[in-house]
Design a protein around this ligand. Structure first.
Ligand SMILES: [Fe+2]
Ligand SMILES: [Fe+2]
Length: 348
């Protein structure tokens, strides 16, 4: 496996090389030099993305960078604008620059193990995932800073994901997103794909599918208001932290309310995607009669995505195990919908 390292300083470059040289064949260069992407399996970029010169230097080589399948950016993750910038520059994975050696090695091996042959061009699915992640990063940044949210860009990205699902199917999408992205953006990309596929399997019309993929794309936008220390906590949450997490549906609703282009149905889905038919959900404790069909479909897709994702505190579950759990949630989800979801969960 060949790894190329690009860094903004000689000190960082040699530290990265020292960290990885025993495990991988390495090439490296200082940011600003040209690169030859042939035969490279992954590139690791370490740079402060608040610095304009670094961004310009990366933009200059972005055409070549984007021919490398794995593009891992190590940045200050507490700075959400840097995360957005990294995705805009084509990152497939964004990690904290303070990540330890063992963790970085595990990530690199994990990311490259399931890789396809080098030189193969990015599939339509991978492109849709990249655009989707970029749009999510930009929306999260807008919500956390109070800037305007680009609703149309998010809808266009969701529509591309829908095209990819219609063309290549759900399994391809799940594999692509899990290989290329992680964390909250991975979750939103997975939910969008699963919801679209669920909608297609139910025979929903174009307008309903559009409502569904927009709602899925926006559903967790309120997490932009949750401190990263809670959102990305590597361990179980205590009751206080859980209460903070549970503010995200209403926070998302507040952020989107009043935006032209976000319909009442989408707003309702963002606010109520954690409600259960038996009234045990949050934030409003709605009961069956007040939960729309769109929300019911989104909620099942959301739970399934969360179960099949790897989180800091749990490994990814198989699709079979995840479906079993959904089936066991008696009274909370609509039984005929859960039965219809079987085909999406296990077959499609
Ligand atoms: Fe959520
Ligand atoms: Fe979610």
């Amino acid at each position: 496996m060949r790894i190329h390292i690009i860094s903004e300083s000689a000190v960082q470059l040699s530290a990265m090389c020292a960290m990885l040289e025993q495990q991988f064949a390495l090439t490296s260069e200082l940011l600003g030099a040209d690169i030859r992407p042939n035969d490279i399996d992954a590139v690791v970029v370490t740079a402060d993305l608040r610095v304009i010169d670094n961004i310009s230097a990366l933009k200059k080589i972005s055409g070549k960078l984007n021919r490398i399948r794995k593009r891992i950016f190590l940045i200050d993750q507490r700075n959400r604008l840097s995360v957005v910038q990294a995705y805009a520059l084509g990152a497939t994975h964004v990690l904290s620059h303070s990540i330890g050696k063992a963790q970085l090695l595990a990530k690199l091996i994990d990311y490259t193990a399931s890789d396809v042959a080098p030189g193969e061009s990015l599939s339509g699915g991978a492109e849709a995932a990249r655009t989707g992640a970029e749009s999510l990063a930009s929306m999260f940044s807008a919500v956390s800073t109070g800037a305007a949210i680009d609703i149309q860009a998010a809808k266009a990205a969701a529509s591309r994901i829908a095209d990819s699902i219609a063309e290549d199917g759900l399994s391809d999408w799940l594999a692509t997103v899990r290989r290329h992205h992680e964390g909250t953006y991975q979750h939103c990309l997975l939910v969008t794909g699963i919801a679209v596929d669920f909608g297609l399997s139910l025979g929903l019309g174009k307008a309903d599918i559009e409502r569904l993929h927009s709602a899925a794309m926006f559903h967790d936008i309120g997490k932009a208001k949750i401190p990263l220390a809670v959102l990305d906590k590597p361990g179980r949450l205590d009751a206080g932290e859980r209460a903070i997490i549970e503010t995200h549906p209403a926070a998302g609703y507040d952020a989107l309310q009043g935006n032209a282009g976000v319909s009442p149905e989408i707003l309702d889905a963002v606010r109520h995607h954690h409600e259960y038919l038996d009234g045990s959900g949050y934030p409003d404790g709605l009961c069956a009669g007040s939960i729309s069909d769109l929300v019911r479909v989104l909620t099942i897709s959301d739970i399934f995505a969360a179960l099949i994702e790897a989180r800091h505190y749990k490994p990814a579950m198989s699709r079979e195990q995840a479906y079993e759990i959904i089936q066991s949630m008696h009274g909370k989800l609509e039984t005929p919908l859960v039965a219809a979801f079987r085909e999406v969960a296990l077959i499609r």
